[in-house]
Write a protein that binds this ligand. Sequence first.
Ligand SMILES: NC(=O)c1ccc[n+]([C@@H]2O[C@H](COP(=O)([O-])OP(=O)(O)OC[C@H]3O[C@@H](n4cnc5c(N)ncnc54)[C@H](OP(=O)(O)O)[C@@H]3O)[C@@H](O)[C@H]2O)c1
Length: 183
Amino acid sequence: MICFLCRTKTFLITGGTRGIGQAISLRFARAGATVIANYLRNEKAAEHLKAIATEEGLAIALCRADLTNERGLEQLDRSLQERVPHLSGLVHCAATGIHRPIEELTERHFDWTFNLNVRAFFKLIKLLMGRLSKGSSIVAVSSWGALRASRAIRWSVRPRARLRRWRAISPSNSRRVASASTF
Ligand SMILES: NC(=O)c1ccc[n+]([C@@H]2O[C@H](COP(=O)([O-])OP(=O)(O)OC[C@H]3O[C@@H](n4cnc5c(N)ncnc54)[C@H](OP(=O)(O)O)[C@@H]3O)[C@@H](O)[C@H]2O)c1
């Protein structure tokens, strides 16, 4: 069903071609919005999403870009410039995590996770500030792991810092910054 409110909106969904991100991309597009679905490596998943979009006549464009480095962010910026003047929202769903005993976790694991889950989110918001329309929303998808300890996983590098980052960004920003937890 086409939602009247979504018809004129454009959303950037990072990690938007598979898993939870793909479901979000499809939900927005099926409601009538235009979606830019970002991904990095998994071409097969991206092609699958494109095939669904073609079959259903959905406005989903793919953008391959690594959000953890400047080159990737510039690539995303150029791609948005070519396709959409304004965005109605960003959903940061791209994330990674490593679950290992503390003895096996290294700073490289920490940097790898932090760069995508937190730093890229911060950089994206800065990059998109001028492009987000009034009343737009910024959502970062997180996990219950950000709030609760798990007996099953003793130590892990996960996107926990996201919650604090949102709170740090939200008060000084007139646009809406929201959090979302997934199960
Ligand atoms: N799955 C769960 O059970 C679960 C539970 C709780 C919370 N969550 C949260 O939900 C969110 C999505 O989880 P998911 O399991 O659906 O994720 P996923 O299937 O692992 O997908 C991760 C996405 O991030 C993209 N990505 C990875 N590195 C990237 C980079 N450097 N630049 C740009 N994109 C990059 C991937 O692109 P490619 O496809 O190209 O690799 C992929 O689209 C995460 O925030 C996660 O913490 C998930």
